[in-house]
Every structure is written in structure tokens, then in C-alpha cells.
Design a protein around this ligand. Structure first.
Ligand code: SF4
Length: 278
């Protein structure tokens, strides 16, 4: 696939005026938070491996956590992150509470304040989370939301494949959209990302569509996105749009009709299972 050759004018959004209030809305959340109910995940307990500050390898223009301020070369220092013991113990405490209150969880979701696979001891975090789950709620699956950008690491892939579900962000099918929309802070291109994601078992893809200053619902953008989805061959594609104030102004929700049209185009072209969350 030729990538980056199509010139897509996605605009140059400015920092959102509403943004000054965003931190108060999205400020996380502790190491374990919820349970939170959502259409995509049901009733879910969240595990945040990243502490109080957003840490990510992308700086997506629509990110509801606000701009990414970390530098990638700082992240090997583990003082930025909660310890494996803190994460495991916090989860155990919360799972005991949930069990005592007879709350029926649909899953435990590793997500939170950025990209979870950036924790320097991600593999040990996964082991601690799985051990707590097995001891206290063995029937509850553990799911992760990831940007999929670190699947060039064998350790990351091995740990991701120990979980019950892997939900991976794939908004861009071409390098230009990736650069303008997800704005990676690492060296990334679509073919490298795709090769990494293909190492994951039974992967679910989630793809976000917006209009306005950025518009990734345009025909040429959708064509390259569908081509990339066809290479990844996920078991399910979740199509959704923004729910809260984005990091930059001028970005608006994709309307319901557009999301359902994308779903039917994808199904027709690739015969892949799809779900829309307008
Ligand atoms: S990958 Fe997720 S957390 Fe990171 S910038 Fe994008 S939307 Fe935000």
C-alpha cells in the first residue's frame, strides 16, 4: 500500500477555548477507578498504570485527556510511574469492595491516563493484575485499551496476549493522517504499526471518526483506513466518535449517519464484524 501520497487537508486546529476546564473533568482517577458503565465495555473497573499525569506516545488532536506533555526519553525513569506492588494491591482492595457489595463486573479494563504499555514494568503489571483477578474474581475478563504503538517489543506483545481482550486504536490508514491526527511522539508509520498489531491474538480495533477542523470521514481517508483494517483482520471493529471536549477546538462529533455509513462500507468491502457507538 502506498501511504502518505494523498494530500488531505485536515486543517490546523487551535487549542480549545473550553480546554481550561478540561483538566477538572478528566483529572484522573487513582490507580483503580470505577466501576464505570459504558456501552462498549459494560460495567468495568479501570486500572490506570500511569499515575496522576497523562503519559502517552501519541498526542491525538481529539484526546479527552488534553495535550501530551511528557518527553519520550524521560519515560524509562520509573519514578514517573506507580509501582507494580501499588497497582496490584490497589486492585485487590477495590475487588474486595466490589465483591462485598455484590457488584457484577463485566470486565477489568487496563486503560486510564494514557498509553498503558509505556509502564517500564508493563509485563509485571499485567502479571499482578491477572493474579488479583484470578484470586478474587476469576470469572471476570481483563481487557486493555492501547494505541498499539509498542508492539515492536516482544515483551509487550507477550503480555498483551495474556489478557482476555486487546482493543487497539487504529484511526489512520495512511502516514499523513497518522501524523496529523494521532501525532505520534515516536517514530511510527502505518506499515510498522500494522505489522505490530498483527502479532496480537484476536484483536479488536477501535476507530474514532470526527469532522470539522479534522475530518477523517472523507472518502480518500476512509479508503486507506479500510485497506489497513483489511491487513490487520481484526475480529471486530468498533466505530465511534468523541464524547467529551477534545484537546483542540474545531473538532466536532461525526454524526450518526456518517458512522453507520462507514460501518456498512467496511462490512461490504471486508465482511468484518463492526459495531457503531454514536
Ligand atoms: S492514544 Fe489515547 S491517550 Fe494517547 S493521545 Fe491518543 S487518545 Fe489520548
Amino acid at each position: 500500500m502506498e501511504t502518505g501520497k494523498i494530500r488531505i487537508d485536515m486543517g490546523f486546529p487551535k487549542p480549545s477555548a473550553e480546554y481550561s476546564g478540561l483538566k477538572a473533568i478528566t483529572e484522573p482517577m487513582g490507580l483503580v477507578y470505577g466501576p464505570i458503565s459504558s456501552r462498549r465495555l459494560g460495567l468495568s473497573l479501570g486500572v490506570n498504570l500511569l499515575g496522576d499525569k497523562k503519559i502517552c506516545s501519541y498526542d491525538c488532536s481529539y484526546c479527552e485527556l488534553g495535550p501530551t506533555e511528557n518527553r519520550m526519553n524521560e519515560l524509562k525513569q520509573s519514578e514517573f510511574f506507580p509501582t507494580v506492588a501499588q497497582i496490584g494491591e490497589s486492585l485487590r482492595v477495590k475487588l474486595r469492595e466490589v465483591t462485598q457489595e455484590s457488584i457484577a463486573l463485566n470486565n477489568i479494563t487496563i486503560s486510564g491516563n494514557g498509553e498503558p504499555t509505556l509502564h517500564p514494568e508493563f509485563d509485571q503489571c499485567v502479571d499482578a493484575i491477572l493474579a488479583a483477578r484470578s484470586d478474587l474474581v476469576p470469572e471476570v475478563p481483563v481487557v486493555i485499551l492501547t494505541n498499539g504503538a509498542h508492539c515492536d517489543s516482544r515483551r509487550v506483545v507477550q503480555s498483551l496476549n495474556l489478557l482476555n481482550e486487546r482493543i487497539v486504536k487504529v484511526d489512520a490508514g495512511g502516514d499523513l493522517v497518522l501524523k496529523q491526527f494521532n501525532r505520534p511522539l515516536i517514530r511510527a508509520n502505518v506499515s510498522k504499526l500494522t505489522a505490530g498489531i498483527r502479532k496480537l491474538d484476536n484483536v479488536i480495533v477501535q476507530s474514532l471518526f470526527v469532522k470539522g477542523a479534522y475530518d477523517n470521514t472523507k472518502n480518500e481517508v476512509l479508503e486507506e483506513w479500510m485497506e489497513t483494517i483489511g491487513i490487520i483482520k481484526p475480529k471486530l471493529v468498533q466505530i465511534y466518535t468523541i464524547a467529551r471536549i477534545p484537546a483542540e477546538s474545531g473538532i466536532i462529533k461525526a454524526d450518526e449517519d456518517t458512522l453507520y455509513t462507514i460501518e456498512s462500507r467496511l462490512k461490504r468491502k471486508l465482511q468484518i464484524d463492526c459495531a457503531v457507538y454514536p
